[in-house]
Design a protein. Structure first.
Length: 516
């Protein structure tokens, strides 16, 4: 690769990424010649220059509000043929570092592409066809009406199908079902040349696997066929605490290795918190209130195992579900007084982060900078990582949750063929530092402090040879991107040259530079 002048240009670093590619008047006259069902907006573009991270603000020249797939295809084709410009699909804009932005280019507001959802079933099992701009919460609400549900989720459902499939989509169900990209049967994609292509494992397979976890680099997902299973309607949601990391992680790994286990397995780290169990008691009930009241969390580093068992009130008796849970818990080594249980609806459980969002919004704490760091760590290095990171680099978890849970890649379908990059071991840990920064603070809750802390975590990991991979990756040089992709880089580059040879799509990742 990188042999021809064209290839080496695509390989070159992207230092000039921020140059204005469109002059504001140029797109308007040119774009207005397109015959669209939707429309372009040139004035109200500020929204498309923001995201959840609240740190990167690149304004596009125009925002397309498509009403049909041809709107998207003709816009991309036009940019491809006119020799300048970039295009970013924007899902719900919950990226962290401008990944769905297009500096001076065109942002496509995928949420305005509303298409009828269609369910069906064939040899590959039940499925639903949804638009790439659908929010997962809407997919959930629709499918449960038919007694069905997608299998694999993210912790937060107010994200679009196209947005999470461009990354991976990892949550507490992934240990069993794989990430969301392992649960897709077919895609409809608009490539960087403006072609509309249907792809699956059997049809245009190279494009299908490129797009899954592909950071929007190869095509815009306009429709996805998502695998479904029968939906439960209730969930027993359980939290227990550990003070010893090795017991916590060995119990987590034990649970993900079982054929009959919980349906959701996650966990989080608690550092230097007081009154922890008091906070839980608004939604969780202690199994033994007297013992629980004697437990003091003050200051200790604790590890919370969070698990859930799904059930259907029509098909499962409460006693049977309780016995299954009791059986699973009896083999674990948590602090007995810290067993907390809650019973909630299935939709309520999956949409749990939205409840937290509403509270934070009320307090004005949602639209603040979010210097998040998400990592995938090889299982064999997790103890070393935890000892240094939770022992000395991170001294407080009050800026936001720190998630930690293992996944077993050997159970994942076709993941190696996708563009997602993970460490090579079967068991890997998803560790996410989900910090919120207090605007203009210069203290430990400020943006600079948290970014410096994140860098210390990365520097330690690199020095200690942890071999981690960033999930939701963010790099500023192509050298770093090459290192991220490692042995997958050449395939990634070849796919780019095939499906988006002029590097029009998803410029916000700063992997490639637009070609003319
Ligand atoms: P956007 O931010 O709009 O876009 C993200 C990227 O995908 C951009 O590069 C964009 O160009 C591209 N893109 C968007 N739509 C399409 C499309 N239709 N076709 C092709 N490319 C497209 N992730 C997890 O895996 N697990 C979690 O549990 C999880 N929890 C989260 C909780 C919160 C509160 C937040 C803010 C994020 C969370 N994420 C999680 C990360 C999330 O999956 C990504 O940030 C995702 O990209 C957000 O989706 P979005 O629709 O907002 O995408």
């Amino acid at each position: 690769l990188c042999h021809t002048p064209h290839e080496s240009k695509l390989c070159s670093t992207n230092q000039n990424h921020h140059q204005l590619i469109f002059s504001p008047s140029q797109p308007r006259s040119a774009l207005e010649t397109l015959n669209l069902d939707g429309y372009f907006s040139y004035q109200n573009t500020a929204h498309a220059a923001r995201d959840f991270g609240n740190r990167f603000f690149f304004r596009p020249a125009a925002v397309l509000h498509p009403k049909s797939v041809p709107d998207i295809a003709s816009t991309v084709k036009h940019v491809y043929e006119m020799g300048a410009g970039t295009v970013a699909a924007r899902g719900h804009g919950h990226s962290l570092q401008g990944q769905a932005q297009a500096d001076g280019g065109i942002v496509i507001n995928m949420e305005s592409l509303i298409r009828p959802r269609r369910g069906g079933g064939d040899g590959g099992g039940r499925y639903v066809d949804v638009s790439g701009g659908e929010l997962w919460i809407d997919v959930l609400k629709e499918t449960v009406k038919h007694g069905l549900t997608p299998k694999s989720w993210t912790d937060y459902l107010h994200l679009t199908v196209g947005g999470t499939l461009s990354n991976g989509g990892i949550s507490g169900q992934a240990f069993r079902h794989g990430p969301q990209i392992s649960n897709v049967q077919q895609l409809e994609v608009v490539t960087g040349k403006g072609e509309v292509v249907t792809c699956s494992e059997k049809q245009n397979a190279e494009l299908f696997f490129s797009v899954l976890g592909g950071l929007g680099q190869f095509g815009i997902i306009t429709r996805a066929r998502i695998s479904l299973e029968p939906a439960p309607n209730m969930v027993k949601w359980i939290r227990v605490l550990y003070s010893d990391f090795s017991q916590f992680s060995s119990d987590q790994e034990h649970l993900i290795s079982l054929d009959e286990s919980f349906d959701y397995i996650e966990g989080f780290v608690i550092i230097n918190r007081t009154g922890l169990l008091n906070n839980w008691q608004s939604s969780f009930h202690p199994k033994d209130p007297v013992q629980a009241s004697q437990f003091i969390s003050d200051g200790k580093t604790l590890y919370c195992l969070e698990v859930a068992k799904y059930f259907s009130t029509q098909h499962d008796s409460n006693e049977t579900v309780d016995m299954q849970i009791q059986g699973l818990l009896s083999n674990l080594h948590f602090i007995p007084s810290t067993l907390f249980i809650s019973e909630v609806s299935y939709v309520g459980f999956l949409d749990r982060v939205h409840v937290a969002e509403m509270k934070l919004r009320e307090q004005g704490l949602w639209e603040v900078p979010h210097p998040w760091l998400s990592l995938l760590i090889p299982g064999s290095k997790m103890a070393q990582f935890a000892s240094e990171v939770f022992g000395s680099i991170v001294t407080d978890s009050s800026n936001g949750p720190i998630l930690i849970y293992p996944l077993n890649q050997s159970k994942w379908n076709n993941i190696k063929k996708t563009s997602l990059v993970t460490p090579r071991e079967d068991v890997i840990y998803h560790v996410s530092f989900l910090a919120s920064a207090v605007p203009s603070s210069t203290g430990e809750d400020g943006l600079d402090y948290i970014l410096a802390r994140n860098q210390r975590i990365l520097d330690f990991s690199s020095g200690a040879g942890i071999g981690l991979k960033q999930y939701l990756p963010h790099y500023t040089t192509q050298e770093d991107w090459k290192a991220h992709f490692g042995s997958k880089w050449e395939v990634f580059l070849k796919r780019k040259l095939t499906y988006d040879p002029l590097a029009i799509l998803a410029p916000g990742h700063r992997i490639f530079k637009r070609q003319y």
